[in-house]
Ligand binder design. Structure first.
Ligand code: ARG
Length: 459
């Protein structure tokens, strides 16, 4: 049991208590950030004359060595230490003796762990952003290739109006684009350095907090030492953004599972991203999409857990906050894994364009346009709605589409119809007459694609 305290204790910690309290099994994940923070702290102590130049250099060099040794596997992080902070400091002291004991001057584990978590999370925000960006690239590619691929658009999972695959996928492009913008906001808001806050009330040493902050790439130091050690808003914000990403992925997965079903056959998931059944030889299951949908729950769980943990904590640091780590790490790894797999799955997925367009043609998706035709010929919309309703009923009875009706049949229901009705309700017209920005026509989509291309080129 190696711990950084004990002077005022007369008894050994109970073994169960020690294990319950220890965090090394999970906070070793940010050993690099812990060392990075310590190096910045020591450089600042040296600059301020709190440590001599030689002490500073010795500590920095040795911390670097410890980092390399852990990386190479030469030095193992074991549970004989209470946490990663104790591990690094104990190893430093082993290697440097008394000079090593000066590392923690003007610092508490409270501001240290606040820094480590922030550095770790900040980096993961960037990694996540990169993965969302990769996904957007893939979506844009699908959009560019499918501005003419007609498919039914749905409401209530009932065929509604024809759209294109580019338009449908474009909806997800917007969702994931907003996700990136959320990540950028979080990055900017969290990018302040808590180091120097001490246990809660700053320190009496002449620390240069601006300097430490700039060494670690922060905008500046945080402005209240009590808030600095007890703020985990950025964790909550990140988990909230991750939850939203998962919600978007999960919706998309749900659609892909439906599209990939035997009944729809709009898409075929590649063999490399499908799994078989141990009993039914014919099966090819969309397990990856289902798993991504399923894993959404654990990411939401992490968000709920930390929100709940934080809600009753009085200022400033309390040990409850150690609970911020495991679920956050798990959520980050989960989302990154899901993003990478999802991008791989859709980039190899086959779209059955014929099936999609046939489905659009056979679901009365042009009924609104048939009503609009009547409106354009002077029929009030409500009457037009009723007329087309009767037409649909007639078609259902006969098992045909509106386009299959003869002009005589149409005229029997409303004399307003003329030969040009067929062109007015063709799938191509239904889609390509919708010209306002955001609508599915090829013309409108091309404008959007140009905007999104520009966005990806610069962001
Ligand atoms: N393992 C602790 C955590 O994750 C580090 C901070 C410990 N500070 C303390 N005063 N016990 O929060």
């Amino acid at each position: 049991m190696a711990q950084l305290w004990g002077g005022r204790f007369t008894k050994e910690t109970d073994k169960l208590v020690y294990n319950f309290n220890a965090s090394i099994s999970f906070d070793q994940k940010f050993y690099k950030q812990d060392i990075q923070g310590s190096i910045a702290h020591v450089c600042m102590l040296g600059k301020q004359g709190i440590l001599t130049k030689e002490e500073m250099q010795d500590i920095v060099r040795t911390l670097d060595e410890i980092c390399k040794d852990v990386e190479s596997g030469k030095l193992k992080i074991t549970d004989e230490y209470e946490d990663i902070h104790s591990f690094v400091e104990a190893n430093l002291i082993d290697r440097l003796g008394d000079t090593g004991k000066k590392l923690h001057t003007g610092r508490s584990r409270n501001d240290q762990v606040a820094l480590d978590m922030r550095l770790y999370t900040r980096l993961e925000v960037l990694y996540t952003d990169e993965l969302v960006r990769d996904l957007l690239q893939e979506l844009l590619k699908i959009m560019e290739e499918n501005t003419e691929t007609i498919m039914p658009g749905f409401t209530h999972l009932q065929k509604a109006q024809p759209v294109t695959l580019a338009h449908h996928v474009g909806a997800y492009f917007e969702m994931f684009k907003r996700d990136r913008s959320r990540l950028h906001d979080i990055y900017n808001r969290m990018n302040y350095c808590p180091l120097g806050a001490g246990a809660l009330a700053g320190t009496t040493y002449p620390l240069d907090r601006e300097y430490t902050a700039s060494l670690l790439g922060f905008e500046g130091p945080t402005l209240n030492s009590m808030d600095s050690v007890s703020d985990r808003d950025y964790v909550i914000e990140f988990l909230s953004a991750l939850s939203t990403i998962m919600m978007h992925l999960s919706r998309f997965c749900e659609e892909i599972i439906i599209w990939n079903s035997n009944e729809y056959q709009f898409v075929e998931i590649d063999d490399a991203y499908s799994t078989g059944s141990s009993i039914m030889p014919q099966k090819k299951n969309p397990d990856i999409a289902e798993l991504v949908r399923g894993k959404t729950g654990r990411v939401y769980g992490a968000l709920m857990s930390i929100l709940t943990t934080m809600k009753g904590i009085p200022l400033a640091y309390n040990k409850d906050m150690q609970e911020d780590k495991e679920l956050t790490f798990d959520a980050i790894d989960t989302v990154k894994g899901c993003l990478a797999l999802f991008t791989g799955m859709i980039s190899t997925m086959k779209f059955n364009k014929e099936v999609m367009s046939k489905s659009a043609r056979h679901g009365f998706t042009n009924a609104t346009d048939a009503a609009d035709y009547l409106v354009n010929h002077g029929v009030p919309f409500r009457d037009a709605h009723g007329i087309v309703g009767r037409i649909v009923l007639y078609c259902i009875d006969k098992g045909i589409a509106i386009d299959d009706m003869s002009l005589d049949e149409l005229k029997a229901i409303s004399p307003v119809f003329e030969e040009d009705i067929y062109d007015a309700i063709s799938m191509d017209t239904c889609v390509n007459k919708r010209l306002t920005i955001g609508a599915p026509s090829k013309e409108a989509m091309m404008q959007v694609i140009a905007i999104e291309k520009e966005y990806l080129a610069h962001d």
